[in-house]
Design a protein around this ligand. Structure first.
Ligand code: FA5
Length: 350
């Protein structure tokens, strides 16, 4: 076969083989087979030495053209294969939700969220509005409007984090009471609509943590104001809420409690469900857990909210939502709830 025929055949063979290639590994083999040290084109170049000077000039040029063309085509093909691979990857990726971490199973609600929602549903079914309130408040909202003037010793029990502008992180959901009274007082006074509201929220206190105390925890405040509201109304709502949450009879006790914004004031404790009442770290070994202080709203607090205490009375309670979640899900240490440890948390939920 003449050199010319060999060139022609090689060119056709290369084009055919290139068109059949599907993967870049095959393409690399082809490059070696044609352009490698022992490749067909390289062999042709080596054969030039046996030709005459004139022949070498002509064919040398043609072999070099073939070599450059082959190299260019192989590069072009490489680019085509790369694009195809990228398209396939993009198509596969579009079926995946990239925002979901690959290793995690489907998320679940935090135990406190679940208990909060349950309580909200219970109170909504009894005609209460659910209100939202900010975590950063001022001293008037958190203390003064609640009958706790500056330098009152009750402030010592609720040290918190103060901002440079004088605002503070709220220590209790009671901080929203004044705003709620002001929001609904006109409807109460002019239309005779009782104020019935709950307001769950995160609270902050600068205090040492243990199995039943956190520096950041949730409470859910509830208030009802109307004519002739009394302690039996308060006890009815407390009992209904607890029996709905626990779906069984729970032993509770009511004892006197001091809060400057209620008169009289009570501490509502529940029998510790972790130890059954025998005493454990979760209940500070007392068998009882302080869950929901409550009482009849102090006349000064109603006055500060624009409501005449001679005409209206009301009750307020401050449910410890985080502690309720502990009891509901059998969480022995309150700190697990803020730990962000999924292994600890997802055992309590589906
Ligand atoms: C109050 O915060 C009052 N504002 C509650 C109140 C509202 C009384 C309306 C009367 C009328 P106390 O500081 O006891 O009260 O907290 C209320 C509940 O929040 C406690 O019973 C407890 O369940 C929960 N709680 C308080 N401190 C912590 C804490 N450090 N960690 C977890 N839960 C806490």
């Amino acid at each position: 076969m003449t050199m010319e025929e060999q060139l022609k055949e090689l060119k056709l063979k290369l084009e055919k083989e290139l068109s059949e290639i599907k993967e870049s590994a095959e393409l690399e083999n082809l490059r070696v087979a044609y352009l490698g040290k022992k490749g067909s084109v390289t062999e042709l170049l080596k054969g030039l030495k046996d030709l005459t000077n004139d022949e070498r000039k002509v064919f040398g040029q043609q072999v070099n053209i073939l070599k450059n063309e082959a190299s260019k085509k192989i590069d072009e093909y490489k680019e085509i294969l790369f694009r195809k691979a990228m398209d396939a990857q993009i198509e596969a990726a579009s079926e995946i939700d990239m925002s979901v971490p690959k290793m995690l199973k489907r998320g679940s609600y935090h135990p406190i969220t679940l208990v909060q929602r349950e309580c909200e549903e219970i109170f909504k079914s009894m005609g209460f509005n659910v209100e939202d309130y900010s975590e950063i408040v001022n001293e008037y909202e958190c203390f003064e409007s609640l009958n706790i003037p500056k330098h009152h010793p009750a402030r010592d029990m609720q040290d918190t984090y103060y901002l440079e502008n004088g605002q503070l992180l709220k220590t209790q959901t009671s901080a929203a009471q004044n705003a709620i009274y002001r929001k609904y007082k006109d409807a109460l006074i002019n239309e005779g609509k009782p104020i019935k509201a709950i307001f769950p929220g995160r609270c902050f206190r600068n205090e040492a943590t243990d199995a039943c105390h956190e520096n950041t925890f949730f409470q859910m405040e509830g208030v009802m104001v109307d004519k002739n509201i009394n302690i039996s109304n308060l006890i009815f709502f407390m009992k209904t809420m607890l029996s709905e949450v626990f779906k069984r009879d729970i032993k509770v006790r009511l004892r006197p409690g001091f809060f400057p914004f209620v008169e009289p004031g009570f501490e509502l404790d529940i029998n510790c469900l972790i130890c059954g009442g025998s005493g454990c770290p979760s209940c500070k070994h007392s068998g009882w857990l302080e869950l929901c202080p409550c009482g009849m709203i102090h006349p000064e607090v109603l006055k500060a909210g624009g409501i005449d205490p001679e005409e209206y009375t009301g009750f307020a309670f401050g449910l410890g939502l985080t502690r309720l979640a502990m009891m509901r899900f059998g969480v022995k240490d309150i700190r697990d709830l803020n730990s962000g440890n999924l292994k600890a948390l997802d055992q309590f939920t589906d």
